[in-house]
Ligand binder design. Structure first.
Ligand code: CAA
Length: 379
């Protein structure tokens, strides 16, 4: 497989790299410290077209390829993992399922606003008792004439309270188990929709993670995404793509921590020389760089398979598993190589280490990725 990026992909990387350095990096520490959702960055991302990258132009998107989008999440996360996940959850978990499973009417109605960034998107699958066991949904949707009435609640929803458009999963037929789950497009302005607890998190603290509560929430019948009972497969296929986005986020965090560490070890003097001149330090840097390159190859491979219409469920799981563990490995080493300074908020590596941890947990834990991989290779 050849990962010589095309001229267009290189140009997109340069564009988003400059955007990240000029607009995102200066806010990253403050956004983390104050648990502040970076509204102004999201606005600028919308204006520059980065919230509708993979959506075709006929629906108001930029119509770029998957790898260009993945590179963008990587570059944003290299300086601010919060910004990376806002874009990834919006694009992979909300825009994509509407594009993939929506009717022409649903695409016309929702994608223009999402792709232009006039509205932000989110994905609501997880419940208090349905995490890894995503099939055990307790939210219920009952058809009543021309409307579904949805009752239930969701937890840990990325972009919760900030998004206007949600992909919501609920049981339409409990007797059918996971084949009784359906997917719906829900607008935050719907009566009966409310935001519950906002999580106070270890990392990605600028990202909004909330509970959603649905109380006799009536939505038009036309907002069913796919057919009744298709919900679980829609969720799993959406997560296959979402996991490539999180792999890119993890990759970006790791690369960002390596960037910071190289700068630091060249500058930091001990025993009258830069610590970069010690082989013990050089070997750590070599290991970090090698892990990152391997994570990049897996992540780009998964994105390319998706782009080319080849199976990518296993490749996405491998990319997310490896990139997430790489992010933890590299950021932990980065703090260590910064010594006492790395443990303080004067340097960004402590934030990167906290941010890295979530990539081993959300959109399927590392254990779930191993289940998916094992299920695919042991037949
Ligand atoms: N694509 C299409 N179909 C799939 C599929 C996929 N990737 N994965 C499973 N399916 C289908 C299977 O083929 C099977 O269909 P049939 O019965 O017709 O054969 C059906 O779904 C059930 O499959 P399993 O028996 O494998 O399902 P399971 O209940 O054992 O679950 C699991 C498997 C891998 C553990 C799955 O439940 C899972 O991925 N859990 C983790 C969920 C997750 O990632 N949650 C994160 C939510 S989003 C988030 O983190 C918050 C955020 O906002 C970012």
């Amino acid at each position: 497989m050849n990962f010589n990026l095309t001229e267009e992909q290189e140009a997109i990387r340069e564009l988003i790299r400059n955007f990240s350095l000029n607009e995102v990096k200066p806010l990253a520490a403050e956004v983390d410290k104050n648990h502040r959702f970076p509204e102004e960055t999201v606005q600028k991302l919308a204006e520059t077209g980065f919230l509708g990258m993979v959506i075709p132009t006929e629906y108001g998107g930029a119509g770029t390829d998957d790898l260009s989008y993945i590179i963008s999440v990587e570059e944003l996360s290299r300086v601010c993992a919060t910004t990376g996940v806002i874009v990834s959850a919006h694009t992979s978990l909300c825009c994509w399922p509407i594009y993939k499973f929506g009717t022409k009417e649903q695409k016309d109605k929702y994608l223009h606003d999402l792709a232009s960034g006039r509205k932000l998107g989110a994905f609501a699958l997880t419940e208090a008792s349905a995490g890894t066991d995503a099939a055990s949904q307790r939210s219920v949707a009952v058809l009543d004439g021309e409307e579904y009435i949805i009752n239930g609640s969701k937890v840990f929803i990325t972009n919760g309270g900030k998004a206007e458009t949600y992909i919501v999963f609920a049981m339409t037929d409990k007797t059918k188990g996971l084949k009784g789950i359906s997917a719906f497009i829900v607008e935050s302005t719907t009566p009966g929709f409310s935001i519950g607890k906002k999580e106070d998190k270890l990392g990605i603290r600028g990202s909004s993670t909330t509970e959603l509560i649905f109380q006799d929430m009536r939505i038009p019948k036309e907002n069913l995404l796919g057919k009744e009972g298709d919900g679980f497969k829609i969720a799993m296929q959406t997560l296959d793509g979402g996991r490539i986005g999180i792999a890119a986020q993890a990759l970006g965090i790791a690369q960002g921590a390596l960037d910071e560490t190289i700068e630091y070890v060249l500058e930091r003097q001990q025993f009258n020389k830069p610590i970069a001149s010690f082989q013990a330090i050089q070997f750590e840097i070599a290991n970090m760089a090698t892990q990152i390159e391997a994570a990049r190859l897996l992540t780009y491979q998964a994105a390319t398979a998706k782009q080319e219409g080849r199976p990518y469920s296993k490749l996405a799981a491998m990319a997310k598993l490896f990139a997430a563990e790489t992010a933890m490995y590299v950021t932990t080493k980065a703090v260590q190589l910064h010594g006492g300074y790395g443990y303080t908020t004067d340097y960004p590596v402590e934030r990167m280490m906290r941010d890295a941890k979530i990539t081993e947990i959300y959109e399927g834990t590392s254990e779930v990725q191993r289940m998916v991989i094992a299920g695919s290779v042991i037949k």
